[in-house]
Design a protein around this ligand. Structure first.
Ligand SMILES: NC(=O)c1ccc[n+]([C@@H]2O[C@H](COP(=O)([O-])OP(=O)(O)OC[C@H]3O[C@@H](n4cnc5c(N)ncnc54)[C@H](OP(=O)(O)O)[C@@H]3O)[C@@H](O)[C@H]2O)c1
Length: 377
């Protein structure tokens, strides 16, 4: 849809022509290898998107709403989608599926390195930062929809970073106000009350100093009142493939460092899990089918016992698997001790029904069996 020399720009005419035949729904998305642009003038892509392009797009969108078929029906047409965190573990999988389905993706990049990797993935670069709210507003304003996965993962500043996320979501929402455009926000199943399988109907534990990340979900739900089709995708503590596994990657590092693979109590407490590609698919489906204020669970496995996880890690690293008391766990796991002791399964029955999502990738223990981090040196 782009031509050499005008990378990152899509003409309304070419969009109209491409929509019915070349463009599938995200349901049809298949992972594709990142493609190269074939354009040596990467600098074209590194420029922020211009208001001019947005004006053209808006004009076309208004035309389509007057009865011109194609673009008004987002389930059948290419969309212009602003993705934050587009270079991240989950965001890059979302981008691959969106680009593979023929959508035009605009990715937030805070560095030249990020911009280059987005270019290589066929993404138009929008320079900015989650702390630069104007960059978020301008990215959202020029787009048909927004997927927000960026997060500052510096856990020493976790509360402040959750506050940054709340402000970022409000800024994205303000740019979409009154438009009914989709805003897909990332949340977590870890903010649900423990002890039983949390469902999509369950509100998160209210945000506080102890549970700051609930603020992301609260912000998303609150912007729906401004006429934004905001929804939340709750992710489990382990979004995994064979390379990275969320909090389980940290358990592997601890087991390697301390030469034991530990669990708390009898280890029957559970964490839900999902493969990275299945998780990405929930985002693309929510873009297409999501409703305002909905919460979706990207959960493929309702609960994997922590003892089972510790056993695979211990066997593969050839270190003892040890049951710890809560006190021992506090010393061993540090800030992770709370999560290690909690039983926090989550269901995705409603998500599967509402979005037509069927996870198909390997489970957490299967990925652990082949995890690169567990290879003995
Ligand atoms: N992975 C999991 O198991 C898991 C589990 C539960 C929830 N989540 C949530 O899912 C979302 C995506 O996680 P992930 O695993 O894909 O994270 P990730 O791999 O660490 O990627 C984070 C993304 O955020 C971007 N980012 C970081 N700081 C930024 C800033 N100041 N301004 C703009 N962009 C910034 C990064 O860009 P750079 O390339 O420039 O660094 C990167 O694209 C996050 O909200 C995360 O908390 C993940």
């Amino acid at each position: 849809m782009t031509t050499p020399g005008t990378q990152g720009e899509v003409s309304p005419e070419s969009m109209k022509k491409a929509a019915p035949s070349a463009v599938g729904s995200p349901l049809d998305a298949k992972p594709v290898s990142p493609r190269t642009t074939g354009n040596t003038a990467d600098e074209d892509w590194l420029q922020p998107c211009t208001g001019m392009r947005f004006d053209l797009w808006k004009a076309l969108e208004l035309e389509s709403q007057k009865g011109n078929p194609g673009l008004a029906d987002s389930s059948r047409s290419a969309m212009r989608i602003f993705v934050t965190g587009a270079t991240g573990f989950i965001g890059s999988a979302i981008v691959e599926q969106l680009v593979g389905a023929g959508h035009q993706v605009i990715g937030l990049a805070r560095s030249d390195a990020a911009a280059k990797s987005l270019v290589a993935a066929g993404v138009q670069v929008h320079r900015g930062d989650v702390e630069n709210l104007e960059s978020l507003r301008s990215g959202a304003a020029m787009s048909d929809s927004v997927i927000h996965t960026a997060f500052i993962h510096d856990f020493s500043q976790y509360q402040a970073n959750c506050e940054t996320d709340r402000r970022a979501i409000e800024a994205l929402g303000s740019a979409l106000a009154g438009s009914d455009r989709p805003l897909i926000v990332t949340g977590g199943t870890g903010m649900l009350a423990p002890g039983r399988a949390g469902t999509e109907d369950d509100p998160p534990i209210p945000s506080s100093a102890g549970v700051p990340r609930s603020a992301s979900e609260e912000a998303a739900i609150s912007v729906t009142a401004k006429g934004v089709r905001a929804s939340v995708i709750r992710l489990p503590p382990s979004v995994h493939d064979m390379i990275k596994m969320g909090l389980v990657t940290m358990l592997i590092a601890l087991a390697r460092e301390k030469r034991i693979s530990a669990f708390v109590g009898d280890g029957t407490n559970r964490w839900p899990a999902v493969h990275r590609l299945d998780a990405a698919h929930v985002f693309t489906l929510a873009l297409e089918k999501g409703t305002a204020g909905a919460r979706y669970h990207a959960v493929a496995e309702e609960g994997v016992p922590l003892k089972d996880i510790a056993e695979v890690i211990g066997r593969r690293l050839n270190v003892p698997v040890v049951a710890q008391s809560a006190e021992e766990a506090a010393a061993h796991f540090g800030w992770l001790a709370f999560f290690m002791g909690v039983d926090s399964p989550a269901s995705s029955v409603q998500t599967q029904q509402r979005l037509g999502w069927l996870p198909s990738q390997p489970g957490l223990l299967a990925d652990l069996e082949h995890a690169r981090d567990l290879e003995l040196e």
